[in-house]
Write a protein that binds this ligand. Structure first.
Ligand SMILES: [Zn+2]
Length: 137
């Protein structure tokens, strides 16, 4: 998918998710760029600063082959904001631990973070049955 197509879909779907997740107080920045390398590609990334209620969501638009996949990534990255207070805990550990210790803790953090988002995605899809796209409401 090209950047223009991705931006159009994100612009259409973002307000709905912002409202659903009660993130109206947050300031969002979107970036459309390649994330990762040849061996490890990432569909999206979320960097949130809960202290300032600011977040940057990066979308690797080139990896997305469908609108549904792109919206799924948007929702996934926005769900990470809900547990972003733990990022401050992680950041503090980075200052306190040596590099090797922090890498071990960070691997665990990533696992827990992805698992938390997966559980929230399940609530959306299997319990609340909220359509992925605004178009399907
Ligand atoms: Zn994730």
């Amino acid at each position: 998918m090209n950047k223009t197509q991705a931006m159009k879909i994100i612009k259409r779907e973002f307000p709905r998710y912002q409202k659903l997740l009660h993130l109206q107080e947050w300031k969002f920045t979107f970036k459309y760029k390649w994330i990762g390398d040849e061996e490890d590609q990432t569909y999206g990334d979320c960097t949130a600063d809960p202290s300032y209620r600011s977040v940057t969501i990066s979308i690797n638009h080139e990896l997305h082959n469908s609108e549904a996949a792109l919206i799924h990534t948007l929702r996934h990255e926005m769900l990470h904001i809900l547990h972003s207070a733990f990022d401050t805990y992680r950041d503090m550990l980075e200052k306190l631990l040596d590099r090797r210790e922090f890498e071990a803790v960070d691997t665990l953090y990533d696992f827990c973070s992805e698992d938390a988002v997966l559980l929230m995605e399940n609530i959306f899809d299997k319990e609340l049955k909220i359509p992925l796209s605004k178009r399907d409401e």
